[in-house]
Write a new protein. Sequence first.
Length: 277
Amino acid sequence: MKMILRTLLENQLSQNRSLQAEHGLSFLVETEDKKILFDCSAGKAARQNAKRMNVSLKDVDYVVLSHSHYDHAGGYPDMVSHGICAPLITGPHFFEEKYARDGGKYVYLGCGFGRDFLEKKQIEHRICEESITLFPGCHVVGSFQRKYAFEKAPARFVRQTAAGMIEDDFPDEVCLVVESEKGLVVIVGCSHPGILNMVETVKERFTRPVYAVFGGSHLVEADEERLSATMDILRDMGIGIAGFNHCTGETAQKRMGESADGTVFSHLKAGDCIFFP
């Protein structure tokens, strides 16, 4: 399947200085006849960047939100107010409120909208438990196995449930999988369940090799041991391209940029695009 991946928004700018950067992530995936908006970042900047990149979002066919943290889903209401009414796909527990523990207080990290917003706007909401096929060759995947135990979300992340505040194991996290001639292309938001766990799950469910991975790897807080192990295992998996950004962190990006063998690592900044033949 031919595909274009456009980075509408990321923490840093590429060479086009007319664009905006903010802490967040948003991709537009274009195939021959479909458009998928994957994450909406935190505010208006992703939509505004799309306009500056001469990309229309009004004909988007699907919106996929990787999880409900504000820097991935907070910009969704603005997108809707400007004409996006495509079906929304999320994981389960998406609307449980998200927080970060900070000493004796909790910092709200949620998306800022609820089910009532979707009902009012008459937007179809699909929940991905394990996988949903959007159209032939394009899938949303969730419920990731936790094979690599060293990949744990920071304990400060919590969610409000009916039973009270609990550590967030991110049951709402999903990724997008597109089938290409060279193998599977996996697009992730923050990889809280672990980038290796997510890629391994995709490989096993589709029984096909993963060729490329793009998005946030959440290696920003990884120590040297975890970072080295992650890079080695990605190479062993046969990943050809890893275009990480957002929550990957400067240390990890620098290490990956210096890597010379196996996987080609790159930093996808706002305005960067990848073309798959």
